[in-house]
Design a protein around this ligand. Structure first.
Ligand code: ADP
Length: 325
């Protein structure tokens, strides 16, 4: 309802005021920065709105001519969606306060009457999902080394969230939420579903299971109990996608440990000539390397059915760094 919406907005405002380093944009300025939300500035569409490319002055943050100044990504929320509003609030709440090289930077927001917008740093190389699955003809090879670099960046971002003072559980870790800057540094975006970690007990009990099929941890789907380690499962799924070239969204059911071992056998057994049907042809030549065997072992650990048996993200970062070295 209208009142409900206004209440959420005024709560959001209270929190925004606390996040003092965020810039407050006017709608008129963001409209100019995107040339009136012109269709050729459209970068993509999410569940609750559209994301546009815009140009603003680096110092004053005023709109500037296209091609000059700083490029930003502007997310414009569809009006009237309560869920969208809650996610908008969550995004400002989390991203406005957290700062880390592997989290997409939220520069500011606009909040006027019916218009809710968020302004982010621009991530020119798009999402990991794009590179893995939307076979862009311009991206012929997507090497294992590059995948590993992206995995390390994303793992550092998650580890930071888990060990930050508030112990943030990200909840919706997936390839489409990992964005890439000019140098393919990975940054996690989209904090709409993030939760503050458990304060007393081990898990956070959610009333509604929300996330993405294929990436969501089995304990979370089954019980609604969300653990820091539920994010580790999502990370394992992304690793598996990187290794296998198979898209989690296409799985008919989440693979159990036995299936996984079967799939990853050629990698785990270190046998050069073993072929597998789940192989990404772009990294086929690198399949028997020691690094990939270790990555496959790590994937299996992250995907353990019992969250207690999964490594922490800090441990994951350490293993990946050692693999890269
Ligand atoms: P979803 O709801 O699907 O996670 P979003 O609404 O966050 O997606 O974003 C939709 C699309 O817009 C993304 O898939 C991505 O291609 C693009 N996008 C989002 N944020 C940025 C950014 N900071 N820089 C560049 N592109 C972005």
């Amino acid at each position: 309802s209208h009142d409900e919406r206004n209440e959420v907005i005024s709560n959001a405002n209270g929190q925004i005021l606390e996040s003092s380093n965020l810039e407050k944009f006017t709608f008129a300025d963001l409209k100019r920065a995107t040339k009136n939300f012109k269709s050729d500035t459209l970068l993509g569409e999410g569940g609750f709105g559209k994301v546009y490319k815009g140009w603003i002055d680096q110092k004053t943050y005023a709109p500037s001519k296209s091609g000059s100044g700083m490029v930003v990504a502007i997310k414009k929320l569809n009006s009237g969606s309560m869920q969208g509003l809650a996610e908008w609030q969550s995004e400002v709440n989390f991203l406005g306060r957290l700062s880390h090289p592997n989290l997409v930077k939220l520069l500011g927001f606009c909040w006027e009457d019916k218009e809710l917008l968020l302004v982010y740093e621009f991530m020119p190389k798009g999402s990991l999902e794009n590179h893995l699955f939307r076979r862009n003809p311009n991206i012929e090879s997507f090497s294992w080394d590059l995948r590993l670099k992206i995995a390390i960046g994303a793992a550092r971002g998650l580890a930071f969230l888990h060990t930050s003072e508030k112990k943030v559980i990200y909840r919706d870790f997936k390839a489409s939420n990992i964005l890439l800057d000019e140098k393919y540094n990975a940054k996690i975006s989209d904090f709409g579903l993030a939760k503050l970690g458990p304060s007393g007990g081990e898990s956070h009990v959610t009333t509604r299971v929300m996330g993405t099929y294929g990436y969501a941890a089995p304990e979370y789907i089954a019980t609604g109990h969300l653990y820091v380690k539920s994010d580790v499962y999502g990370f394992g799924v992304v690793l598996l996608e990187m290794l296998s070239g198979q898209r989690a969204l296409d799985w008919k059911r989440p693979p159990g440990q036995r299936n996984l071992v079967e799939w990853l056998k050629p990698l785990l057994s270190h046998k050069k000539k073993l072929k597998t049907t789940i192989m990404d042809s772009r990294i086929e030549g690198q399949y028997s390397s020691k690094a990939m065997v270790q990555a496959a072992q790590l994937t299996l650990k992250c995907l353990k059915a019992d969250p207690k048996n999964r490594p922490s993200m800090k441990e994951v970062v350490e293993v990946l760094e050692q693999i890269e070295a």
